[in-house]
Design a binder for this molecule. Structure first.
Ligand SMILES: Cc1ncc(COP(=O)(O)O)c(C=O)c1O
Length: 411
């Protein structure tokens, strides 16, 4: 079979039962719809293996095998070199808090930590708390004119005291994809480590821990067709060296349990392993073969093509509106922006635009999206933040045209 070049959207949408409605979901950066196979796996786990792990009776062994297999599947999906260094937990926010609290006793007064002002607070606040242990916090500020994080500005912040840099792989407001590999190389050359928030990236591009160069790489499955649950890959040597935050009798070699107090959620772990299965199903349906990562890459390439078509049309429409300000790159010329598009209409509260669109049964959203420092840096607080339209591959151009008709009434 020849590989198909364009997504079969009717087939794709049938994989997401919640899309069988006339309501349009353009709040995908808030949370995606859930792949039916993920929900089936959660149900299967709960109804067949609801027992405690680690016992010697048959059903417990079966449950243990399912949860371990899920971790291996997730590690493969994100290309984490060691599945025992893959930590799972309730959310990106909670995993980063867990990580930072493990790190705290390793911080010496004067150690420097760099955060950005474009990040979601999940990858800022936990680092700022290290100041209580004597860390000195610095901020890598967005260029207010270009809306980019400039590498030269990072270079000016890195010193021999820098221990950590925390940044996002894609901004949940700007939609910009950052070259985290280039940052990792600089950070490592300075003798420091890099933590990457991939929450706004993973729904649009295949996550790849090894290629990113990150020492910590984290994102949430509920943005990537899965359940409210998250994963954090930690560089193995680092995880081994960190003090644990679990019970005193959980040893330092007990990875990843040392960072998973209360253990993982069994059914959600099993469910999350359905995400790469979705990618496999997409690849198979469109005639793409090869090794697992080649198939998943093929699925994401199909996603990106559909998302680029949506972004190009929306950005073209927004550019045609005089006075409107697109908050982020205003074209999809390179594949360095995802289909999360923010804008403001100076003089008009962002909320009023969104409330108008609500009436057309189209879900978009306004606010700071917890990227609070970015909204302040760009002086957008008075407007109530930005209007954000966040699209995923299962959205159609017809849906987008409905949005444009609704926006026409107010822009
Ligand atoms: C870029 C980004 N990082 C982190 C988070 C926080 O994720 P969680 O809700 O899993 O804590 C979000 C949530 O919207 C986000 O968009």
């Amino acid at each position: 079979m020849n590989a198909r070049k364009a997504l079969d959207l009717d087939w794709v949408r049938r994989q997401f039962p919640a899309l069988a409605t006339d309501e349009v979901f353009f709040d995908n950066a808030g949370g995606s719809q859930v792949y039916a196979g993920v929900a089936d796996r959660i149900r299967d786990y709960l109804l067949t293996t609801p027992v405690q792990l680690g016992a010697s009776y048959a059903r417990s062994e079966e449950a243990t095998a399912k949860v371990l297999a899920a971790r291996r599947a997730v590690a493969a999906f994100i290309n984490a070199p060691h599945d025992e260094a893959v930590v799972m937990g309730g959310s990106t926010t909670s995993l980063l808090f867990q990580f930072a609290s493990a790190l705290r006793s390793t911080i010496q007064p004067g150690d420097e930590v760099i955060v950005t002002d474009t990040d979601h607070e999940a990858n800022v606040g936990c680092w700022k708390r290290l100041a209580e242990a004597g860390a000195v916090l610095k901020t890598w500020r967005v260029n207010r004119d270009t809306l980019e994080l400039e590498l030269g500005d990072l270079d000016a912040l890195l010193t021999s005291r820098t221990r950590w840099v925390a940044m996002t792989q894609a901004s949940n407001v700007l939609g910009t994809v950052n070259d985290v590999r280039a940052v990792a190389d600089r950070v490592h050359a300075a003798g420091a480590r890099l933590a990457v928030d991939a929450v706004a990236y993973a729904p649009h591009r295949l996550p790849d821990v090894a290629a990113s160069g990150a020492d910590v790489y984290v994102f949430s499955f509920y943005k990537v067709f899965g359940p409210h649950y998250a994963v954090m890959a930690v560089e193995r040597g680092l995880l081994l060296s960190l003090p644990g935050i679990n019970h005193f009798f959980i040893g330092p070699d007990d990875m990843p349990y040392k960072l998973q107090p209360g253990n993982v959620n069994f059914e959600l772990s099993h469910g999350a392993a359905g995400i790469p299965e979705y990618l496999d199903a997409v690849a198979a349906h469109h005639g793409a073969g090869g090794m697992p990562r080649e198939r998943w890459q093929a699925a994401y390439a199909l996603f990106a093509a559909q998302e680029d078509a949506l972004s190009a049309r929306l950005l073209e429409y927004l550019r045609s509106k005089r006075g409107l300000r697109i908050i982020g790159r205003d074209r999809v010329a390179r594949s360095d922006r995802v289909s999360t598009i923010a804008f403001v209409k100076p003089g008009t509260a962002s909320e009023s635009l969104v409330r108008h669109v609500d009436r057309a049964r189209i879900g978009i959203r306004f606010g700071d999206f917890y990227a609070s420092h970015l909204i302040d840096a760009l002086d957008l607080r008075d407007l109530g933040g930005v209007v954000r339209v966040s699209m995923l591959h299962y959205n159609t151009l017809d849906e987008l045209d409905r949005l444009i008709v609704a926006l026409e009434g107010v822009l």
